[in-house]
Write a protein that binds this ligand. Structure first.
Ligand code: AMP
Length: 399
């Protein structure tokens, strides 16, 4: 791009320690978060007349690993625009670390969980393993819609399911990931924490481990573990009515099926979607929607130089702009971001009022939208954009 054009269309602004150089259509930049890959700002997009989030990838071309991560995130998330590796997406209101500080009722808790399960189901159906799911990578809007973020470490399962155990953030590692790290690692301490709470696993489980890991596990002190009533007593749940009491026992039941050391005995995503705590939200148009189409199946096998990655990213952006111009995007089944997003308004049209889809859970008592605004004023709606995005169908905010 020639210098004059650049100066006409772009401007630079300091945000924290970083300088954002963005199109003039994006104004009012404010920092809202940061992750392993860079800083995220909110901004007002004058073209779309709505708030957006802009993520600046820090040093995307520092080396091949950074460049490959940037490409993965771009391809898997299908961002709206990329400028010098600024990723622009719908602005959400808070990440889950912030949301879990709030006193949410069961309606909101179960709806958030339902959306996470839908998102994970769609990722897996598209052959994608996220590899770093944790609260800071899950963002929520005040209308209770949810998105899964940060695909820089995601992998397509096409290249095999063997995972690099160190990818997953420590506290969120599944037991099988911890054990896969080799028993010398200091981080194996996380295993002790798991068995202290859940108890030493059965002999049957031990027999599935390879010899060296089994020896390690067998030589740990033995723990009886705690019952789920002890681990998650009623006081931890919202409990202000008979109805909620029922919900607390359902939530605990679901947790007891999720927090199972032996992965083969753990509840699957499909089963969890059928669990009474979750299935009140079940909408086949969301749960059974076609998986997002990932065109670049060889994404993980690719090895390129930094310059080649730049080329590929540039090409992806041009392709994207071309497809958007031709209106193809709107007809696409779903992008990853879109796949994890669904609209509570829709549920309230279809579920609470339809007694045929209700189970023992009293769905009809869910009379209000599960918005987050009425429980915490710090989660303001993003303005007209929020309504527009959630009104666009079960796949919401398609990008
Ligand atoms: P990331 O680098 O994608 O993990 O994002 C880092 C943090 O920035 C997240 O934990 C969120 O707090 C915030 N964030 C990222 N994307 C958005 C978004 N679209 N809307 C609101 N906040 C976001």
């Amino acid at each position: 791009m020639n210098r004059n054009k650049r100066e006409r269309e772009y401007y630079s602004i300091d945000v924290g320690d970083s300088t954002f150089t963005v199109l003039k259509r994006y104004q009012n930049l404010r920092p809202i978060g940061s992750g392993a890959q860079g800083i995220v700002c909110s901004a007002y997009d004058h073209n779309l007349e709505r708030n957006v989030a802009i993520k600046k990838l820090s040093r995307p071309f520092q080396n091949q690993t950074h460049a490959k991560r940037a490409y993965r995130e771009l391809v898997l998330m299908k961002f709206r625009h990329v400028h010098m590796l600024y990723l622009v997406m719908e602005l959400m209101d808070a990440n889950l670390c912030q949301v879990i500080q709030m006193e949410l009722d069961h309606e909101r808790l179960s709806y958030l969980l339902y959306q996470m399960l839908c998102g994970i189901k769609h990722l897996h159906a598209a052959g994608i393993i996220h590899r770093d799911l944790k609260p800071s990578n899950i963002v929520v809007k005040s209308d209770c819609t949810l998105k899964i973020l940060d695909f820089g470490l995601a992998r397509t399962a096409a290249t095999g399911l063997l995972m690099t155990p160190y990818v997953v953030t420590r506290y969120y590692r599944a037991p099988e990931v911890i054990l896969g790290m080799g028993y010398q690692a200091n981080d194996i301490d996380q295993w002790n924490k798991v068995i202290e709470q859940l108890g030493t696993p059965s002999q049957e489980f031990l027999m599935k481990l390879n010899q060296s890991v089994r020896t390690y596990v067998e030589n740990r002190p033995r723990y009886a573990g705690y019952s789920f009533e002890k681990l998650f007593p009623d006081v931890l749940f919202p409990a202000d009515s008979e109805h909620n009491k029922l919900k607390a026992s359902q939530a605990r039941d679901l947790l007891s099926k999720m927090l199972v050391i032996d992965a083969s005995k753990r509840i699957s995503v499909d089963e969890a979607l059928q669990h009474p705590y979750i299935n009140v939200w079940y909408d086949p148009t969301e749960v059974e929607a076609p998986p997002p189409v990932i065109t670049d199946k060889q994404l993980d096998e690719r090895e390129h130089t930094v310059e080649e990655w730049k080329e590929l990213i540039y090409k992806e952006v041009l392709d994207w702009e071309e497809r958007t111009k031709n209106g193809v995007i709107r007809g696409q089944p779903a992008s990853i971001g879109a796949a994890v997003s669904s609209s509570p308004q829709q549920h309230h049209q279809h579920h609470p009022s339809t007694s045929s889809s209700t189970s023992a859970n009293d769905v009809s008592s869910m009379s209000t939208d599960p918005t987050l605004t009425d429980t915490d004023s710090s989660l303001e709606t993003a303005g007209p954009a929020a309504a527009a995005a959630t009104a666009s169908g079960p796949m919401g905010c398609c990008r």
